[in-house]
Design a protein. Sequence first.
Length: 268
Amino acid sequence: MKVVDRYLHGHHASVLRSHEWRNLANSGAYFAGLLRPGMTVLDVGSGPGTLTFDIAARVAPGAVTGVDRSADIVAHATGAASRRGAAGVSFAVGDAYALDFPDDSFDVVHAHQVLQHLSDPVAALREFRRVVRPGGFVVARDVDWGGTMWAPKLPGLAEWMRITQTMQRGNGGEPFAGRFLRAWALDAGFADVTSSASVWCFASDEERRWWGGLWSERVTHSDWGAQAREAGEADAETLDTVSRAWLEWAADASGWYGMPHGEIIARG
């Protein structure tokens, strides 16, 4: 039976601003050296496609396919590809547990911030293993919310983290995914797994305004807040407190935020 999971964040404009910031340099440096011209790549959970486009530039004239569960975000990415004139890039609605491709179809299968949202990440990794060619690579990167750090220690941000972890688990996901990627890959049958870690850091005035501003908006306007209210984990007053805490953090010259990620390169 197909597993159905619920995505916590949705695709509000405030969420897309953070997703469209992601590129190969800040989110894919751990595997970028593997990419070669002519490769075929599958990008699972491709979202708005910014990472997909960077990958495509590295493997041209190879083909890159992005799949995402949301038809709306696939349409968004397809429009972006058309505006960019991105040759060799296509997007389609897809299911990480049941990819619509034959065995041994791709040189690289990539998933960024995907496995944390799945109730059965091992099953998804087995499916990635099925569609990657022998000798190819499955590469994945996920945040570990349990290691996220910030200063100053504002109570509103502690409440934000509590809600994030509680809601992600309630949706069937794993907020500590970064630390489990290696174990999940081994359980999925990969024998050759290279592990690494990297951190996003937001501390400059510009970075704090951007990160704190978008999260202040996400808390009250995106699916994150709507789902928290629906689940009884927050009311309007709590969400307002969390939103204002992000603005307070952004305005503080001493503000600092570190977001750790686990990474794997698993050979097919």
